[in-house]
Design a binder for this molecule. Structure first.
Ligand SMILES: Nc1nc2c(ncn2[C@@H]2O[C@H](COP(=O)(O)OP(=O)(O)OP(=O)(O)O)[C@@H](O)[C@H]2O)c(=O)[nH]1
Length: 413
């Protein structure tokens, strides 16, 4: 990623340079005037440009038009802006304008670049039966580099959600034929929690209770049409920032900090509630408990950091081998678990034995060289008991594997 900063004030340039290095760590070019900016624009591809509005050799904001003509997102920094200039800049399609008021203005500019980077990967679904309104929302979202998908009513929005993965934000109108905004939100919330997908409701209806009703029905926020650019962007940013924050909290609570596979807490919270149904329906369910052999020796010989590298690689291999169909979690220390929903013990045994043999045959690369690592594994399958019991039986089988010489899989019988 490369950024262009066009700014005639050396002080402002220095602040931006410092903030960009600190926050973004990307390549950045500085131009003091329009002429040198044009030269740089001709010779590099830029992800975004942060530009002053008035430059010594271009007092009419020519730089903004030049940047936009090259399809580069443009963030405008300016000492002052009257309402006509503001309107003109927004119509040109800039990402945002920032008044040079204090340190926070520059921090905001850099944060905005960070968000643009993130936005490239964020899919937004816009459901609105009015083409004009839908296209307007699309253009605003595209200025901020979001991936936009359109639906012309509630039912087609549901179709999109059934076929497209990873939509993070739904922006929906209220009045739509077939299925209106409320109906759509209720359907969406049956499948996606507030942590999985954010929703912003839109309406031009004068009913003052609408915003609260949208939120009570499951929307994260609401905007009354017509809205101004700035408000739209602030609401979308706030909504997505909250979503990111909630996701980060979820990850902190459910993923192992070192190996980034699920943790023990996730494993139990996911499978404990399912156990009675699995037992009732007699669905096959097995678990494999894996413990790295002589791991203490790895730590004692090579140090804790190399031990960590082994744990990370071991977890990666588990995830690669099983992760697509089964749940992999770290139980703690050098002990991991794989949950095989739909597999009986002997099938789980076969897969785990293959993993064991692969591991024994391909050393783990660490910064201190390659290490031969093996694992012992205990397998047990559900027979109407509790999750704790099942794990205890797998643990007993693991103990047998260790006692029988390690680098083995034993099954609870
Ligand atoms: N590097 C590293 N070591 C850890 C971590 N968590 C636990 N350990 C170490 O894992 C080792 C486990 O040792 P033991 O329980 O004696 O088992 P072992 O040496 O693997 O021997 P067996 O299981 O009997 O084959 C201990 O030295 C712990 O300090 C971790 O997050 N990082």
């Amino acid at each position: 990623m490369r950024i262009l900063v066009v700014e005639d004030s050396k002080v402002v340039s220095r602040i931006l340079q410092h903030l960009i290095a600190q926050e973004l760590g990307c390549e950045v070019d500085f131009a003091e005037d329009f002429t040198s900016a044009k030269k740089l624009l001709a010779s590099h591809d830029y992800f975004v440009a942060i530009t002053d509005l008035n430059l010594p050799d271009a007092q009419e904001g020519e730089i903004v038009k030049q940047v936009l003509a090259q399809q580069i997102p443009c963030i405008v920094l300016t000492g002052s802006l009257d309402s006509k200039q503001r309107q003109r800049l927004l119509q040109l399609g800039i990402v945002d304008y920032i008044l040079k008021e204090n340190r926070f203005s520059y921090e905001y500019a850099v944060r905005l670049v960070k968000r643009l980077q993130r936005n490239k990967h964020v899919k937004v679904l816009v459901a609105d039966d009015s083409v004009v309104s839908r296209k307007f929302v699309r253009s605003l979202l595209e200025q901020h580099l979001y991936q936009v998908i359109e639906a012309d009513d509630g039912l087609s929005a549901l179709d999109v959600l059934n076929t497209q993965e990873d939509i993070q934000l739904l922006i929906t109108d209220y009045n739509m034929p077939g299925l209106d905004g409320f109906g759509l939100i209720l359907k969406v919330r049956e499948r996606f929690t507030r942590e999985e997908m954010a929703i912003i409701g839109l309406s031009s209806d004068d009913d003052q209770s609408l915003s609260a009703r949208f939120i009570k029905n499951g929307a994260n926020d609401f905007l009354k049409k017509p809205f101004v650019h700035e408000e739209f962007h602030c609401r979308v940013l706030n909504t997505l920032d909250s979503l990111d924050m909630v996701r980060r909290l979820w990850e902190q609570a459910n993923l192992d900090y070192l190996t980034e596979v699920y943790n023990r807490r996730y494993f139990f919270s996911r499978f404990e509630p399912q156990l009675s149904t699995l037992n009732q329906k007699q669905t096959a369910f097995s678990v494999g408990l894996l413990d790295i052999d002589f791991f203490k020796k790895v730590n004692d010989t090579y140090g804790h950091d190399i031990g960590d590298e082994v744990l990370i690689e071991f977890a990666q291999r588990l995830k690669q081998f099983f992760g697509q169909h089964f749940v992999v979690a770290r139980f703690g220390g050098e002990e991991f678990v794989v949950a095989f929903k739909g597999l009986n013990g002997s099938k789980a045994f076969t897969l785990l034995d293959k993993f064991r043999a692969n591991l024994a045959a391909s050393p783990i690369k660490t910064s201190d060289g390659e290490l031969n690592i093996t694992t012992s594994i205990g397998v047990a399958s559900l027979t109407g008991d509790s999750l704790d019991n099942l794990i205890q039986r797998a643990d007993k089988a693991l103990y047998d594997a260790k006692e029988s010489g390690r680098n083995l899989v034993c099954i609870d019988s």
